[in-house]
Design a protein around this ligand. Structure first.
Ligand code: GLV
Ligand code: MN
Ligand code: MN
Length: 422
């Protein structure tokens, strides 16, 4: 690219970045919970996001649809051409920030918009996945799993707080929305590209706008229940109690101690409920969630086992009963080496130094990658704050990502040709 074209690409990227930031603010108003950002699988707020995004996508020349798993899809270009898939998720954690997921979907739209003057021999399909966080059903990636034909088995038996299963929610959605289309990705998908805020402090600490993701840590989601005996808080001497919550507290400090012995592993107990839940009643049953992650699957599996063993050991010392269950597992993935190299190369072309990073967070790319060659680009995340209303990203860094994405589009056709020849 000549320096004049570079300059104008840069200016185009900055304009597109300002639009993208504005749109993140608009979508942040779509929520299931007034006063905070919350959007869950197939919820009214997800529907609202689709209604807001549709005209933006149509104005960019896209054919827009919603599929049977609630994923928003926009096709820009010839439907018979190979497709570059660009996307991320539109759902959120409770009390979320405005950029996790949404930014990657809007990046796809922005890149289609800035491509109007260019003729590429591939189409761009923008994907706004309906569930990556697992907020409603505890099990993550429901949207991308449906897109790769993996939404079945025990996953569709998971139930939400109202006792509705994934299968029932999908059936109800299909009845209410007969216009929805097949969720499976087209076989024309040639590559998947996801932009996402880093959700951590590494890029900021190195003063870099962008990072190139090489792989993503695997994760296990589990439940641990401790069963004791509920009883009167005033009449039962301490030595005669079978207090499930006191047992859970001991187990949780064990989770911390054990996990620190496994280098680079993380384990989180994020939800806990105690029954019957009276201030003057000894807790009889405690249910805890458990999220365990590591870049090596064998280490993660060994850690889950050690944490389960700890629950049984605590239970046996205290006369409780422990039930442990892993209900979801996502293996670690390496992203496509040649696409990773391409992402690194085009970031350089756009004028940005990058480093390669591993992601501890889960992303839709880890579900798509075994099916479609995939790459991810991280954007610096001030303070590393994410899954929090203070989550942010700098407009200049969004411009850096858009400029990099524009160079990616320019190089992608040649990349496809090289891959087809190899
Ligand atoms: C999603 O953000 C996750 O990593 O759990
Ligand atoms: Mn998230
Ligand atoms: Mn995310």
């Amino acid at each position: 690219m000549s320096s004049t074209t570079m300059k104008s690409a840069n200016a185009v990227a900055h304009e597109a970045a300002a639009r993208l930031m504005y749109r993140c603010g608009v979508l942040a108003q779509c929520t299931d919970q007034p006063g905070e950002i919350l959007r869950t699988f197939l919820s009214p707020a997800m529907d609202e996001v689709h209604r807001v995004m549709r005209p933006w996508m149509e104005a960019a020349g896209m054919k827009v649809s919603v599929d049977r798993a609630g994923n928003l899809r926009g096709l820009y270009g010839d439907e018979n051409a190979p497709r570059l898939l660009i996307g991320s998720h539109l759902d959120t954690v409770p009390n979320a920030g405005a950029y996790d997921g949404v930014l990657g979907v809007l990046m796809g739209l922005a890149l289609a918009e800035v491509s109007v003057e260019r003729k590429y021999p591939f189409a761009i399909e923008v994907l706004g996945f309906s569930d990556e966080e697992g907020t409603r059903f505890g099990a993550p990636f429901l949207g991308s799993r449906a897109a790769v034909g993996e939404l079945h088995g025990s996953l569709v038996e998971c139930v939400d707080a109202a006792g509705i299963s994934v299968a029932q929610a999908l059936m109800q959605f299909a009845e209410q929305r007969p216009e929805t289309v097949e969720a499976r990705l087209s076989a024309r998908g040639a590559a998947y590209l996801e932009f996402h805020i880093e959700q951590g402090p590494v890029l900021e600490s190195k003063n870099l706008a962008l990072g190139i993701v090489e792989g993503l840590a695997g994760q296990s989601r589990c439940t641990v229940e401790l069963h004791g005996i509920a009883g009167h808080a005033g009449t039962n001497p301490m030595r005669l109690r079978k207090d499930a919550l006191a047992g859970a507290a001991e187990w949780m400090t064990g989770v911390e101690t054990i996990t620190k012995r496994f280098e680079n592993a993380v384990a989180t107990v994020g939800q806990i409920t105690a029954e019957p839940g009276g201030v003057n009643v000894i807790p009889g049953i405690v249910r805890c969630s458990l999220d365990v992650r590591h870049a090596e699957d064998s280490v993660r599996i060994a850690l889950v086992q050690a944490i389960f063993d700890e629950a049984r050991a605590v239970a046996s010392r205290r006369g409780l009963k422990a039930d442990t269950k892993q209900y979801h597992e996502q293996p670690a993935v390496r992203l496509d080496a040649s696409l990773v190299a391409l992402a690194e190369q085009v970031a350089g072309q756009a004028g940005y130094s990058t480093i390669r990073v591993m992601s501890g967070a889960g992303h839709d790319a880890m579900v798509i990658a075994p099916h479609v060659p995939s790459a991810m680009v991280f954007l610096r995340n001030p303070g590393g704050i994410s899954h929090h209303p203070d989550e942010s990203v700098a407009e200049d860094d969004v411009a850096a990502a858009i400029h990099t994405g524009m160079c990616f589009l320019d190089e992608f056709a040649a990349h496809l040709e090289r891959e087809n020849r190899a």
